[in-house]
Design a protein around this ligand. Structure first.
Ligand code: CTP
Length: 403
């Protein structure tokens, strides 16, 4: 998963021969997980067809303010398109379109959409080398940069004219990599390392049986995704779950038992800035693990259990700079118990789930939490999806990191 995953990208295409590369560009953006819509200048349709782009983007492609085949059909709303976009990429950006955008000209849908867009704008220019070097083009770049727009430098090589120099549209993979790196720089958790524990632990009884619990791991995985989307590098230590994640900022370390999770957490704790322990760790494990399958004999079987190590408390005891966040799942005296755990385990924050709340806790897709900090601030949240709860938790963490 890329930082562009789930993001709305509006691709503006102007009329240069490099427009033929936009089919690959749309594919590359879609592969990165982005939603793509395309706006073209009328002349760019001579270089690449709207049909190709609508098929690849799975969205209608617009090039004029109204539907040319049916003048009574809906008006193509440039304001809506501009507001839909999280990022606006103009590729290829010709000298003509760039200059018009720098001057606020508005005689086609792409130009009008640019004026309406509030999101970050990236330009991938493509033109002949002398046009690229011309003082007028340089002035255009300067003006666009002064608006806060980003210019993705053109590549060097053979140009359509046969001349060799700078002016080629950057390759689609390089355009996407440039955007990813640039967006990452602006994210609030960029440069922060976050350790997360998630899921249940399984404590072996014999080679075929274990003691486990119903934790789905969903909450921890959502926190991992939300952290990575904010630019953090994530170490996700997960017990056995069905959850899947593929994100280039998330490193998953699969573990089975409480002891495995303890070892992995301690291996990485020194290197991280934030640790969020959402796993449902077994508090007890069988004292002896039978090497062979336990046979049934008597009507009852007594198992002797011993305590596992409390990972959260052990990290609280050695923490230095790390912001430490724990979870508490309670059934009664919730606030009091959660505050007690926060203090006892030397935490900065504790996220309380009450099993009395419908839709909260294990197995569900939703959660209802109260976040308590070490200054005794208590914030109760509504029932939300676990993805939204993850964002709430990270907002509090961001505030604490900036305090
Ligand atoms: N936790 C942990 N290691 C353990 C047990 C719990 O890291 N061996 C962490 C959980 O990931 C969670 C927090 O401790 O962040 C709270 O766990 P919980 O079971 O609610 O609390 P306990 O301290 O185990 O207390 P009790 O079971 O008595 O409520």
């Amino acid at each position: 998963m890329s930082i562009l995953s789930g993001k709305n990208i509006l691709l503006g295409i102007s009329a240069g021969i490099a427009a033929y590369k936009t089919a690959t560009l749309v594919r590359t953006l879609i592969k990165a997980g982005a939603n793509v819509k395309v706006v073209m200048t009328p002349a760019s349709k001579d270089f690449v067809t709207p049909l190709t782009l609508s098929t690849l983007s799975k969205n209608p492609v617009h090039s004029s303010f109204y539907n040319e085949d049916d003048k009574n059909a809906e008006w193509n709303n440039h304001v809506e398109l501009g507001l839909w976009a999280d990022y606006f990429l103009v590729a290829p950006a010709t000298a003509n379109t760039l200059s018009k955008m720098a001057n606020g000209t508005c005689d086609n849908l792409l130009l009008a959409t640019y004026l309406s867009a509030k999101c970050p704008v990236y330009f991938a220019p493509a033109m002949d080398l002398d046009m690229y070097k011309h003082p007028s083009t340089k002035n255009t770049f300067k003006t666009l940069k002064s608006f806060g727009n980003v210019i993705i430098p053109a590549a060097s090589g053979e140009l359509a004219s046969g001349l060799v120099g700078q002016g080629r549209l950057a390759e689609p993979v390089d355009i996407v990599a440039f955007m990813e790196a640039d967006i990452l720089k602006t994210l609030p958790l960029k440069g922060q390392k976050v350790l997360i524990t998630a899921g249940p632990t399984y404590e072996a009884l014999d080679p075929v049986r274990f003691i486990g619990n119903h934790s789905s791991g969903k909450m921890g995985f959502e926190i991992a995704k939300a952290s990575a989307n904010l630019g953090a590098e994530v170490i996700l230590i997960s017990g056995p779950t069905h959850q899947k994640v593929s994100h280039n900022l998330i490193h998953v370390i699969p573990v089975v038992s409480a002891q495995d999770m303890y070892d992995a957490a301690h291996q990485y704790f020194n290197t991280v800035d934030v640790a969020i322990l959402s796993a449902a760790v077994a508090d007890y494990r069988p004292k002896e693990i039978s090497q062979s399958k336990i046979k049934k004999k008597d009507t009852t079987l007594t198992l002797e259990l011993e305590k596992t190590k409390d990972i959260l408390a052990s990290l609280g005891a050695i923490k230095t700079k790390q912001l430490l966040v724990g979870f508490a799942l309670e059934t009664d005296n919730e606030l009091e118990y959660a505050k007690g755990k926060l203090k006892k385990k030397n935490l900065d924050l504790i996220v309380l789930n009450s099993l009395k709340d419908k839709g909260a806790g294990f197995k569900t897709d939703t959660n209802k939490v109260t976040i308590i900090d070490n200054k005794n601030n208590v914030n109760a949240y509504e029932l939300k999806s676990k993805a939204e709860v993850a964002i709430d938790i990270l907002n509090v963490i961001k505030q604490k990191l900036n305090a």
